[in-house]
Design a protein around this ligand. Structure first.
Ligand SMILES: NC(=O)c1ccc[n+]([C@@H]2O[C@H](COP(=O)([O-])OP(=O)(O)OC[C@H]3O[C@@H](n4cnc5c(N)ncnc54)[C@H](O)[C@@H]3O)[C@@H](O)[C@H]2O)c1
Length: 260
């Protein structure tokens, strides 16, 4: 009989989490390590990555920190190619410039594109090359609910997230014959440094909480379940998906509750 107790077991697997120094990447690294993976915590902020790797070690897991800049294509390719045992890649870094499209400068456009879309492209294709050669692996890229739904001020960010999703779908199709799965995760609103400017505005924060069916924001650890699921054998038949972890944000209109 299939051993269902091992569905989420990542013992003996190596995972690279880029963006592990903060927020959702930190939670992904901790979640993967708690299920047995040896985690490489990559981040532009090496101190943050080191803090998380130490936390994992203290909790009895295995982790190391590495300095990683997704905007550097050559370094990204080199670091990922040098990981002969890479089973799981998680890509999280992204930035947002919240402004009406008519006010976005070319420089702002390029900054958001170059990390969110081009950086993700560099990372997932580097991992794809590595895993294709090994004949197995799971690639997980963080998109957003903004891949499928927008609001004023999110035009460029949303375009990058829709782009990440479509790249993941294409890569899933291209790498499926080689045993590699590729999925995107679409969080709703999560309390992290990225969303701190929203949390600082009580009306905005509360409005976002009310928009989701669950009526609240997520904590970063609530993203880890989807990561472990997609990384492990529990997700062995899952590829090319957008896994929404959004508290029902995209399921419910939310503008008006009829008097039932
Ligand atoms: N927080 C939310 O509400 C939310 C909602 C939807 C989607 N997301 C997505 O989830 C992902 C993670 O978001 P978060 O809230 O954890 O963000 P965060 O800002 O807390 O963390 C991002 C991490 O990426 C690192 N980083 C930045 N530039 C980098 C680079 N060039 N190379 C390597 N590392 C770099 C940062 O140092 C930081 O540790 C993003 O893709 C974001 O778009 C977040």
């Amino acid at each position: 009989m299939y051993d269902y107790r091992k569905l989420f077991d990542l013992s003996g697997r190596q995972a690279l989490v880029v963006g592990a120094g903060s927020g959702i990447g930190e939670a992904a690294a901790c979640g993967l390590a708690a299920h047995g993976a040896h985690v490489l915590c990559g981040d532009l902020n090496l101190e943050g990555a080191q803090r998380v790797a130490t936390e994992i070690d203290l909790a009895g897991g295995r982790a190391e920190a590495i300095s990683f800049d997704m905007r550097d294509g050559a370094a990204t390719a080199r670091i990922v190619a040098d990981l002969p045992d890479l089973d799981v890649l998680v890509s999280t870094p992204a930035i947002n410039v919240r402004k009406p499209l008519l006010d976005i400068t070319e420089d702002e456009f390029d900054r958001v594109m170059s990390l969110n879309l081009k950086g993700t492209f560099r990372l997932i294709t580097a991992a794809g090359r590595n895993m294709k050669a090994r004949g197995k692996g799971s690639i997980i890229a963080f998109a957003s609910i903004r891949a499928v739904t927008v609001e004023p001020g999110q035009g460029v960010y949303a375009a990058t997230k829709a782009g990440v999703l479509q790249m993941c779908r294409a890569l899933a199709a291209e790498l499926a014959p080689h045993g590699v799965r590729v999925n995107a995760i679409g969080p709703g609103v999560v309390d992290t440094p990225l969303t701190a400017p929203i949390a600082a505005n009580q009306d905005w924060y509360n409005a976002y909480a009310q928009k989701s069916a669950l009526g609240r924001w997520a904590k970063p650890h609530e993203m880890a379940g989807a990561v472990v699921y997609l990384a492990s054998d529990a997700g062995s038949f899952v590829t090319g998906t957008l896994t929404l972890v959004d508290g029902g944000w995209t399921a419910v209109d939310g503008r008006f509750a009829p008097p039932l």
